[in-house]
Write a protein that binds this ligand. Structure first.
Ligand code: NAP
Length: 538
């Protein structure tokens, strides 16, 4: 039953998850490597180089917590770190622990097949290599499969065009250019705000506006950084006790026990506070009760009206189809002020749908617009997209893509039955998609590592979760999801993506766990202390 494999463990992806996972495995003496499709490490922070790309988690809550040395040595320069600084940080961590020596770049995994007789996984890479491993751990990410719209003529455009995820490494000339941005999610909002004053003209094609509130970024001085360093234990303890993995805590005074003036007082304060305070330090009722959410949405709509000079444009920027923070909330820096500029034009793609892309620009139902550059900020096939790009076959050649066609099914977001010895950091139905990412993935990485230690100690070469465990977790995921008003919204939290077949409106995918960090942590700890009862191990 035992085969000689090239490696005991292969980690797929050298992003935030893969970096921490390889650190733990190699510290423990596992024969492990990371395979990365890109030419360098960083994952999301390697890829997303568009102007304006930055954290919306406070930088010092986003960094790894595992190394006192890293915490002592690294200075976060801004409260919300921009992409280049974050990429430098990940390189700093990898170099400090010599992790690059375990990473193979330009090594994209094309297929992963479970070979039952040999109890190993066989991986085919697109560079032609074939490698075998006893265990495989996916760190492929939740937002790593960009999706483009399907307009006729996209290949005919003679200017430059790309998805924000593929923003080129070399500088992109913006000065004097006529630029289009399609999409107004978190990415579109960041890129629009960052380039509006650099281009000749900017035309934003908006299909559905998003609620968005100020990021309130600022620099972090040496002195402030010293205070943060002294508080790190407290910071991480706070994050692990909050539902979303941030320091912000919900206001539990009771929405209806306060007066409207008192609620407005809190919201006015939160609007000036940094990061996700506006949602995470808000009244929990706004996420569960229509009336409470409506009052909050009205408050934010008023702020938009105050900031946008043209009332007709302001109305177009106010979402009417969903309530505040019932989709993933983007955070902005001077976003609404962009629409007060003479060189910026908002096209409502509902009133004036895009017909096609032409050689010179974009043809809508009403007009033709000439452009030099088209930026697609059109989002991702979230959470399961990365898995579906790889031909993953488990027991008896079962296809993972087919298994998850209707709904992804996993046990705790960490493993899925009939795919033995395969684990997922930030997998479907985990919490990484719905919380401060590193706070979530540390839990997953450590849980998986503990299980591999157990397997090594006991000599187990096959670990497979039972479908009963999966069924139980699926039910918990559904219950947590259905409590929230966001259950009705059309964003990637509910699996919606108009550019992917089968992900259109009307069919919810329960692919993220919304029960919060503390209950998730308790749940996975319990699974370990009760002896991994849903795992068949031999
Ligand atoms: P997104 O939230 O899915 O937004 C995609 C946008 O493109 C939406 O406005 C969508 O409109 C529009 N769109 C898609 N297809 C279109 C089409 N065919 N025609 C016209 N418009 C189209 O994607 P995203 O902005 O890339 O953000 C995804 C996630 O990445 C975020 O929610 C966040 O979790 C993460 N992110 C994080 C940060 C950060 O940490 N600071 C920054 C950026 C992104 P509809 O709404 O009508 O579908």
């Amino acid at each position: 039953m035992k085969s000689k494999t090239d490696h005991e463990v292969i980690v797929v992806g050298a992003g935030v998850s893969g970096i921490y996972q390889i650190k733990l495995l190699t510290d423990l003496g596992f024969n492990a490597i990371v395979l990365e499709g890109d030419s360098d490490l960083g994952g999301t922070w390697y890829r997303n180089r568009y102007p304006g790309c930055r954290f919306d988690s406070e930088s010092y809550t986003y960094g790894y917590s595992f190394s006192k040395e890293v915490l002592e040595e690294w200075h976060w320069k801004e409260r919300f770190s921009p992409q280049p600084e974050t990429l430098r940080y990940l390189n700093f961590v990898a170099e400090k622990f010599n992790l690059r020596s375990y990473m193979r770049f330009n090594a994209r995994v094309k297929s992963m097949h479970w070979i039952e007789g040999l109890r190993h996984w066989c991986l085919n890479l697109d560079n032609g290599d074939v490698v075998t491993t006893r265990f495989v751990i996916s760190g492929m990410g939740v937002l790593s499969t960009p999706t483009l719209p399907k307009y006729d003529g996209m290949d005919e455009f003679v200017g430059r065009s790309f998805h924000t995820y593929y923003w080129p490494k070399e500088p992109v000339e913006l000065e004097g250019k006529r630029v289009a941005v399609i999409g107004t999610g978190a990415t579109g909002i960041q890129v629009i705000s960052a380039i509006a004053d650099k281009v000749d003209s900017l035309t934003v094609f908006q299909r559905r506006p998003n609620w968005t509130t100020p990021l309130n970024n600022s620099l972090i001085t040496e002195q402030e950084m010293a205070v943060i360093r002294a508080r790190y234990d407290e910071i991480f303890a706070n994050c692990s006790e909050s539902p979303n993995g941030f320091e912000h805590r919900p206001d539990r005074r009771g929405f209806w026990r306060l007066t409207k003036e008192q609620r407005t007082e809190l919201w006015s304060e939160l609007y000036k506070t940094s990061g996700f305070a506006i949602s995470a330090a808000n009244f929990p009722e706004i996420f569960f009760e229509v009336e409470a959410n409506k009052e909050m949405s009205d408050f934010i709509a008023e702020r938009i009206r105050e900031r946008v000079k043209d009332p007709r444009v302001a109305e177009k920027l106010i979402p009417k189809d969903h309530g505040f923070a019932t989709q993933r909330l983007p955070l902005e820096t001077n976003y609404f002020e962009v629409y007060n500029r003479d060189n910026v034009h908002l096209v409502d793609a509902n009133e004036e749908p895009i017909d096609r892309i032409t050689t010179k620009g974009i043809q809508t139902s009403d007009s033709h617009y000439d452009f030099d550059l088209i930026i697609y900020a059109t989002g991702f096939d979230a959470i399961t997209g990365a898995y579906e790009k790889v031909d993953v076959q488990g027991v008896d050649g079962m296809s993972l893509k087919r298994k998850w066609e209707d709904q992804p099914n996993t046990y705790l977001g960490l493993s899925t039955s009939d795919f033995p010895n395969m684990f997922m950091i930030a997998g479907p139905q985990g919490i990484a998609g719905s919380t401060n990412f590193p706070r979530a993935i540390e839990l997953g990485v450590e849980w998986i590592t503990d299980l591999l230690i157990l397997a090594r100690d006991k000599g187990y070469t096959r670990l497979d979760v039972q479908s009963a465990g999966e069924k139980e977790w699926h039910e918990e995921t559904v219950v947590a999801h259905e409590r929230l008003l966001s259950r009705n919204s059309k964003g990637w939290f509910t699996g919606y993506n108009s550019n992917v077949e089968g992900r259109e409106e009307g069919k919810v995918r329960y692919h993220a766990y919304f029960g919060g960090v503390p209950s998730y942590r308790k749940r996975i700890k319990h699974a370990a202390t009760e002896g991994y009862k849903f795992f068949d191990m031999s």
